[in-house]
Design a protein around this ligand. Structure first.
Ligand code: OFO
Length: 168
């Protein structure tokens, strides 16, 4: 059985992952509104990944005998200046999420909960990927430097992103 402290913290993390999903869905809506449908697709795929992250925590907490309590998901930002502004927001958001995951790992170690600490390693690795893909897009957007043609090509590229496979 999982400790009360970790139960509460994982419930908060479920909320944080669902908020990430909501934020990326809002970014997808923004891209739709400026006719960048490839960017909008990328964000929809990202939103689905966040749902997977939330559900992995959900299933784990249930498996460990914890009680899942769903809290209110706060309303995300809905407007940005341009694609670069959006992806800088993604990058800083993911850095924040990495901090939350690291805090959870620290707590699992303090609580001497090896199973949870082991379970969290998947997220530790996932966050490396999340930060690196956001950072790569930020850097690519900087290189485009207001080129309409470049943005059009990049939009087509991001439109190719397909749903992630659910990892066990
Ligand atoms: Fe769940 O990794 Fe992004 O937020």
């Amino acid at each position: 059985m999982i400790s009360k402290k970790l139960e509460t913290a994982i419930n908060e993390q479920i909320n944080a992952e669902l908020y990430s999903a909501y934020l990326y869905l809002s970014m997808s809506a923004y891209f739709k509104s400026v006719n960048l449908n490839g960017f909008a697709n990328w964000m929809r795929m990202q939103e689905q990944e966040e749902q997977i992250h939330a559900m992995k925590f959900f299933d784990y907490l249930s498996e460990r005998g914890g009680r899942i309590i769903l809290k209110e998901i706060k309303s995300p930002r809905s407007d940005w200046k341009n694609p670069l502004d959006v992806f800088e927001n993604v990058y800083s958001h993911e850095q924040k999420v990495t901090g939350l995951i690291n805090d959870l790992v620290d707590m699992a170690i303090e609580e001497n909960d090896h199973a949870t600490s082991n379970f969290l390693q998947w997220y530790v690795e996932e966050q490396v990927e999340e930060e690196s893909s956001a950072d790569e897009i930020v850097e690519n957007l900087k290189l485009l430097d207001d080129s309409r043609n470049g943005l059009f090509m990049f939009d087509r590229e991001l439109g190719k992103r397909t749903p992630a496979q659910t990892e066990e």
